[in-house]
Design a binder for this molecule. Structure first.
Ligand SMILES: [Zn+2]
Length: 291
C-alpha cells in the first residue's frame, strides 16, 4: 500500500509537469510558444511559490486561491494532477496483473505510463485549443517504438524471456494502419464536401484538414498495434458519432443548432486507444467465451 501511495504522490508531480506543458506548448494569443515554465496566476501574472506549484496543494492550503492576489485558481490543473496520480498508481496494479518476470513488469509499466500520461496531455490541449501538437505526438511515438523494439530485442539477449505487448513489427503495422485509415477517411470527407459545394454552386472554402487527428491515429496504432488498431478506431468513430448525435439533439432542443460547430475528435481516439491498450485482452476473452 505504501508503494501505491508513493506512486500516487509521484503521479501528482507528473501532473504538475503535464499542466505546465499544456499551458505553454500551444501557441498563445500572439502565436508565441513558450518553453515550459513555473505555474503562474492568470489574473496577476505572478509565479506561484514552490509550496503551491502543485494545484492540489493550493487547493488544500490556500482554498484554491492565488497566494498573491487571492483570485480563484483554475480547476483543470487539479483534475490533471489527480488523474495523473491515479493512473501512475493504477497502472502498477494493471501491469502486475498478468506478469511473471521483472523486466516484463518494468517495460509493461513504463510503456503504459508514458503512453497514458501523454494521452492525458493530448486530451487537455485538444479540448482547450482544438490542437494536436507534433511536439507532443512525435516524442510519444518514438518512446512507444523504443519500448516495442525493447520487446523484440530482449528475448534475443535473454533467451526464454517472455515479454507481453506488441513487438516492433506489430507496432509499426498498427501505426501505418491507424495513419492510413484515418488519412483515407479525411480525404474522402474532404472530396465529399467539395463535391457537395460544386453541385450546390457554393464557393470552395479551405476546409480545416484534421492533420492532427491523423497523426494521433498513427500514434494510437503504434501503441495498440495490429490488429487492435482497427477495434480502437471503431470505438473512436462510434463514440464520436454518438456524442455528436447527442450534441446536435441538445442544440436542436435549445433551438441553437449550427451545422458547423466543431468539437475535438482527439478525446475519442484517446478513449478507443485506452480501452484496447488496457483491456483489449479481457475484451477478447469475453468475446471468445460468449461464442
Ligand atoms: Zn494571482
Amino acid at each position: 500500500m505504501w508503494l501505491l501511495t508513493l506512486l500516487f504522490a509521484a503521479g501528482l508531480l507528473f501532473g504538475a509537469v503535464l499542466n505546465s506543458l499544456a499551458d505553454n506548448l500551444p501557441p498563445d494569443a500572439d502565436d508565441v510558444r513558450h518553453a515550459p515554465r513555473r505555474p503562474r496566476c492568470p489574473h496577476c501574472g505572478r509565479s506561484h511559490r514552490p509550496p503551491y506549484w502543485l494545484a492540489v496543494a493550493g487547493l488544500l492550503l490556500q482554498r484554491g486561491r492565488c497566494e498573491h492576489c487571492g483570485s480563484p485558481r483554475r480547476w483543470r490543473p487539479v483534475l490533471v494532477e489527480l488523474a495523473a496520480g491515479f493512473v501512475t498508481a493504477y497502472l502498477w496494479v494493471w501491469a502486475g496483473a498478468a506478469v511473471g518476470s521483472l523486466p516484463d513488469l518494468a517495460v509493461r509499466y513504463l510503456a503504459a505510463l508514458v503512453l497514458v500520461l501523454s494521452l492525458i496531455l493530448v486530451t487537455v490541449i485538444d479540448v482547450e485549443h482544438r490542437l494536436i501538437l507534433w511536439v507532443v505526438v512525435w516524442p510519444t511515438a518514438l518512446a512507444i517504438l523504443a519500448f516495442s523494439a525493447l520487446r523484440s530485442l530482449a528475448p534475443l539477449v535473454m533467451p526464454g524471456l517472455e515479454m507481453a505487448g506488441n513487438d516492433l513489427v506489430k507496432s509499426l503495422l498498427g501505426g501505418l494502419a491507424g495513419y492510413g485509415v484515418t488519412l483515407a477517411i479525411f480525404v474522402l470527407a474532404e472530396v465529399y464536401i467539395r463535391v457537395v459545394r460544386v453541385v450546390r454552386g457554393q464557393p470552395l472554402e479551405e476546409v480545416a484538414f484534421g492533420g492532427g487527428d491523423v497523426n494521433l491515429a498513427g500514434l494510437v496504432g503504434l501503441a495498440v498495434g495490429w490488429p487492435g488498431v482497427i477495434l480502437s478506431l471503431t470505438i473512436a468513430i462510434v463514440a464520436g458519432g454518438l456524442f455528436s448525435l447527442v450534441f446536435i439533439l441538445v442544440q436542436l432542443a435549445r433551438r441553437r443548432y449550427t451545422p458547423h460547430s466543431v468539437f475535438p475528435y482527439g478525446p475519442f481516439l484517446v478513449l478507443g486507444a485506452l480501452v484496447i491498450y488496457l483491456f483489449g485482452k479481457n475484451l477478447a476473452a469475453i468475446f471468445v467465451a460468449g461464442r
